[in-house]
Design a protein around this ligand. Structure first.
Ligand code: FES
Ligand code: FES
Length: 158
């Protein structure tokens, strides 16, 4: 049995002390230990972007990050974007634009879009396409996703 390491993970503003094997991924901890199943596991290989979370404000793949490497670092999952019952502007725009089909890729897309709009208030379509180029969607064809991110940008910066 592999040795366990105690680590304090700061997820969505709350610190959780977990005891994990050194090679346990952040995704496994989020989903299986903390019950934050909004972070999706589609490939488990760093390819699809469905597990994207914010680590210290930057988008990162939770399936490639080791939990023990992140003590005290702010981690934000899709569950952490809403304020109570009020969706974040990006979440709301995805709904309003009808961007969601099966929804499996959407948490990662929404996190990625949130990071984009934090850095670039008025992204061009090319900027948006480039930003989500690592987030794979099997359903949507991306058109509505791009519309949703543009809508969120226009609402955040009229
Ligand atoms: Fe992490 Fe696909 S599940 S990139
Ligand atoms: Fe189904 Fe993107 S909405 S994979």
């Amino acid at each position: 049995m592999s040795e366990r390491v105690a680590v304090d993970l700061k997820v969505n503003g709350t610190t959780h002390r977990v005891s994990v094997p050194a090679m346990r991924t952040l995704m496994a901890v989020l989903r299986d230990d903390l019950g934050l199943t909004g972070t999706k596991n589609a490939c488990d290989q760093g390819v699809c972007g469905s597990c994207t979370v914010l680590i210290d404000g930057a988008p990162a793949r939770a399936c490639l990050a080791l939990a023990v490497a992140l003590p005290g670092i702010a981690i934000t999952t899709v569950e952490g974007l809403a304020q109570g019952d009020t969706l974040s502007p990006v979440q709301q725009a995805f709904l309003d634009a009808g961007a969601i089909q099966c929804g499996f890729c959407m948490p990662g897309m929404i996190i990625q879009a949130t990071a984009l709009l934090a850095e670039n208030k008025r992204p061009s379509e090319d900027d948006i396409r480039h930003s989500i180029s690592g987030n794979l969607c099997r359903c949507s064809g991306y058109t509505k996703v791009i519309e949703a991110i543009s809508l969120a940008a226009s609402r955040l910066t009229p």
